[in-house]
Design a protein around this ligand. Structure first.
Ligand code: ZN
Ligand code: FE
Length: 260
């Protein structure tokens, strides 16, 4: 790593009932971004606690618990709002539109942008490859994935496969603490997955202590997240879909989770 490279500082904090907020800070250039704007007061408290000044909002998608605080924060701080080109009309105050294949430069830190339609039509994720971290909004959760409000199973499975190509040690910041329910569901479709059983216990211990289960790493998600595992024989046997396509197994898994 070159001398000039400063670590991307990340500060995570709870927002609303089950969202997480994230501040990203580049010390050298004195830049601070919030990933999404779930709750203005919580974001302002986090900024004050760190003595950081907001310069950017990096939106993942248009839902109110992700972009609802955009205009208030922009009015107060004159920050730059970055968000999905494919959904620009639904991102309040958007200044910079980005999408698949773009690189967003945040001081010394570069984020590769991926379009991940499925949860919403215009959802994007930010992969800071050199920093080994990604902010995935409501596309991927710990042992879960976003509901398909606007996209097809094909689109979501295609989106998730993009994330699966990242290095296994990539740290994944997702936007909601849904982990315990996700683990309980995951065990119903893949009851013989040893990694999953072990992790479900760990997650219960963490939550009993009031600890967040975020971030995760993509390597562990690939071993335990049923939405990344439509090839699993155990899942296919549970669903009696031994010869179905991956996307069919994914779609069925998502359908069952919606009813869980
Ligand atoms: Zn959402
Ligand atoms: Fe959300």
């Amino acid at each position: 790593m070159p001398d000039s490279f400063t670590q991307l500082e990340i500060h995570m904090f709870p927002c609303l009932s089950d969202n997480y907020g994230f501040l990203l800070h580049d010390k050298k250039h004195n830049l601070t971004a919030t990933v999404d704007t779930p709750e203005v007061a919580a974001i302002e408290n986090a900024l004050a606690g760190k003595n950081w000044t907001l310069t950017h909002i990096l939106n993942t998608h248009h839902h109110w618990d992700h972009a609802g605080g955009n205009l208030e924060l922009k009015e107060k701080t004159d920050c730059v709002i970055v968000g999905p080109r494919a959904d620009a009309a639904r991102i309040p105050g958007i200044d910079i539109q980005i999408g698949e294949g773009d690189v967003f430069e945040f001081g010394d830190h570069a984020a590769n942008i991926y379009d991940t339609p499925g949860h919403t039509h215009g959802h994007i994720v930010y992969h800071f490859a050199n920093d080994h971290v990604a902010f995935v909004g409501d596309t991927l959760f710990v042992m879960g994935c976003g509901r398909l409000f606007e996209g097809s199973p094909e689109q979501m499975w295609n989106s998730l496969q993009k994330l699966m190509l990242w290095p296994d040690d990539t740290i994944i910041y997702c936007a909601h603490e849904y982990t315990q329910t996700n683990a309980r569901f995951a065990l119903t479709v893949e009851p013989q997955n040893q990694d999953l059983m072990k992790r479900a216990l760990e997650v219960n211990e963490m939550r009993a202590k009031g600890l967040p289960t975020i971030p995760s790493i993509i390597g562990l998600e690939k071993k335990t997240n049923p939405f990344l595992r439509p090839t699993s024989t155990n899942i296919r046997n549970t669903l009696n879909m031994q010869s179905a396509s991956d996307v069919e197994v994914f779609a069925k898994t998502r359908q069952l989770k919606d009813k869980f």
